[in-house]
Design a protein around this ligand. Structure first.
Ligand SMILES: Nc1ncnc2c1ncn2[C@@H]1O[C@H](COP(=O)(O)OP(=O)(O)OP(=O)(O)O)[C@@H](O)[C@H]1O
Ligand SMILES: CC(C)(CO)[C@@H](O)C(=O)NCCC(=O)O
Ligand SMILES: [K+]
Length: 245
């Protein structure tokens, strides 16, 4: 009775096999451009009994994932969508369907791990920062550009600047262009997240646990106070939500 859970983000596809609400070993994240390689990975899996996915980027990639699942196992994957209330989370948006399903699932994953009250920061193509109280009530949140998205923006609008390599020295007092760009990206984004976290703590009057997930969580974490890294929170929420909703 295993379920293949898949998170189709704007940059990458993440997946794992889940059993009764818990993740077994997650697979490697796969860029959209490498989707054909998934066929090879999935063909080696013991056939799942169900396939569930979340997408923030509907279109050809979701269609391709659906086709792979149908070809390999004859299963049409179910797309999960944000409910008003589900998997231990009540959504703050008056129109819950507007909230990215990955955001609901990350909150559900945090609730399932007993991490509430929390400020959940999903560091993907976009960075989302959401506050959830101890009862699983989502209180709201914000969306900003992620690291790769910021890099792309600079590369397009300021083509005279060199490309940014996130590996290397970080300092607020950079004395060369590459260090300044890298430090602005990493330290500047971490400072944004920290500032938002502090403001959310003040606004909600809650002692929120700072929980990081998403592809850039590890890059940002060293520059954030006492944060907890939960690498597969969306997939965990998907595994958990699949059995509880
Ligand atoms: N091996 C890698 N390949 C590509 N991006 C990577 C890799 N490792 C880390 N990243 C970072 O991951 C980020 C994307 O994260 P993630 O895969 O969680 O996003 P996503 O789920 O596709 O996006 P979103 O949920 O916002 O639609 C990029 O900003 C990039 O810097
Ligand atoms: C913000 C992203 C892209 C983050 O993956 C996703 O959650 C999304 O497409 N959200 C829809 C808009 C919203 O959450 O309000
Ligand atoms: K995501």
């Amino acid at each position: 009775m295993t379920t293949l859970v898949i998170d189709i983000g704007n940059s990458r596809i993440k997946w794992a096999i889940a059993d009764r609400g818990h993740l077994l070993a997650p697979g490697e994240a796969c860029p959209h451009s490498a989707i054909d390689a998934l066929h090879g990975h999935w063909a080696r899996l013991p056939p799942p009994t169900a396939v569930r996915y979340v997408t923030t980027a509907p279109g050809p990639i979701s269609a391709r994932v659906t086709e792979l699942s149908q070809t390999l196992w004859g299963i049409t994957p179910r797309r999960v969508r944000t409910p008003k209330e589900g998997a231990g989370i009540r959504i703050a948006y008056p129109d819950p369907g507007q909230l990215g399903t990955d955001r609901w699932l990350a909150m559900a994953g945090a609730a399932a791990r007993g991490l509430l009250p929390a400020c959940i920061v999903d560091c993907g193509s976009a960075i989302t920062v959401d506050a959830v109280n101890p009862h699983g009530h989502h209180l709201g949140g914000v969306i900003l550009a992620g690291l790769a998205t910021q890099q792309l923006g600079l590369a397009q609008r300021t083509p005279g600047l060199p490309p940014i390599d996130v590996e290397g020295e970080l300092t607020h007092l950079a004395t060369d262009t590459r260090t300044g760009l890298r430090s602005g990206l990493v330290l500047g984004t971490a400072a944004s997240v920290e500032g938002l976290y502090n403001r959310l703590q003040a606004a909600t009057e809650l002692d929120l646990r700072l929980v990081l997930t998403g592809g850039d969580a590890e890059t940002l974490r060293p520059h954030l106070p006492a944060s907890l890294h939960a690498p597969d929170l969306v997939l965990e929420g998907l595994a958990h939500g699949a059995v509880s909703t």
